[in-house]
Design a protein around this ligand. Structure first.
Ligand SMILES: NC(=O)c1ccc[n+]([C@@H]2O[C@H](COP(=O)([O-])OP(=O)(O)OC[C@H]3O[C@@H](n4cnc5c(N)ncnc54)[C@H](OP(=O)(O)O)[C@@H]3O)[C@@H](O)[C@H]2O)c1
Length: 288
């Protein structure tokens, strides 16, 4: 059994136990998530620090760079510690302009799963999320063909568990009718709470919800209420935002991104911040 001193304790994703405080590797690629990082050694150090601090959940995608974050993860951490689980995504490519065109046809998905296996140096991927929607968010539409393709790769033994990302509640339900879904990775934070109902519904089913952009992503969370609560607690707004997510629901797993080992340490310490009921009531006014 995995024990951890990281804030939030652990969660079991399918059969895989992970720390609820994880790490999102997207920020390790170059500007615009394209190309290599300016500080390659620094990027490798962030990954090694994450594992040294006990994090057992790293989120990545072959589309980051493309291939850059997967290759950094392999270089920094392979052979992987047994407790470490790397979660990847398929369903989008990159274009010359740095866009994220969808690539959800069966052939592209199969290619992407093999590309992830190869670049991460794995025989089986622990968890693959099917990325849906587009850069503006989830888009309605059937996921059947794409999710069936991944379920087939799972039956072939190339993937242990499946999830969906950037998905509507209807798409989550459609995917669940095809194969078990162990997590949903959507945009959510103190200021963007479109998924409140979905989070509660998933919690009832024992399914993890993994918010991307927990700190606001490319534009940091800004709110006078958040700043006021943070000042009162003598903490940073980022600490409050992460601590709030851990309190919001037990099925929420954190994957804040950073290219800095110092920020990673700060975020772990910050997520352990204790929020009072009054703090929660005040913070609850932000995204409503
Ligand atoms: N499924 C999807 O479609 C999707 C989309 C986007 C992201 N993701 C995943 O979600 C993860 C998290 O999202 P994200 O990394 O984009 O956004 P985020 O975690 O909300 O924020 C990351 C930003 O916050 C900054 N930051 C982090 N800690 C800080 C600190 N202590 N002090 C000051 N600045 C700090 C980082 O800058 P520094 O580098 O300077 O620390 C970076 O600019 C990604 O890494 C990726 O794995 C998934």
């Amino acid at each position: 059994m995995l024990t951890t001193s990281l804030p939030g304790g652990t969660w079991t994703l399918g059969g895989l136990t992970v720390t609820r405080f994880g790490y999102g590797a997207m920020q390790l690629a170059g500007p615009g998530v394209m190309g290599p990082p300016a500080d390659r050694d620094g990027a490798l150090a962030v990954l090694r620090t994450a594992v040294e601090l006990g994090i057992t959940h790293i989120d990545t995608s072959a589309a980051y760079g493309p291939l850059v974050t997967n290759e950094l993860i392999r270089e920094a951490l392979h052979p992987y510690p047994e407790a470490l689980h790397i979660v990847t995504k398929v369903g989008a490519n990159r274009d010359q302009q740095g866009g994220w065109p969808p690539a959800r046809d069966p052939e592209s998905l199969r290619r992407s799963v093999h590309e992830n296996l190869e670049t991460l140096g794995l025989d089986v991927l622990d968890l693959v999320n099917l990325r849906l929607g587009d850069a503006t968010g989830p888009r309605p539409g059937s996921v059947a063909e794409a999710f069936e393709t991944l379920a087939d790769l799972q039956r072939q033994g190339l993937i242990r568990h499946l999830g969906v990302s950037n998905a509507t509640a209807e798409q989550v339900a459609e995917a669940q009718a095809i194969a078990p879904v162990v997590c949903v990775q959507n945009m959510y934070n103190l200021a963007h709470r479109r998924d409140d109902e979905l989070i509660d519904a998933l919690a009832g089913q024992g399914i993890a919800y993994v918010p991307f952009f927990p700190l606001g992503g490319f534009s940091p969370l800004q709110s006078s209420v958040l700043s006021r609560v943070a000042a009162r607690l003598e903490a940073t707004p980022m600490s409050v935002a992460l601590a709030w997510l851990l309190r919001r629901s037990p099925n929420i797993l954190l994957i804040p991104g950073t290219s800095s080992a110092a920020h990673l340490r700060e975020n772990i310490a910050g997520a352990a911040l204790s929020l009072s009921d009054d703090d929660l009531v005040e913070l609850d006014t932000i995204g409503r």
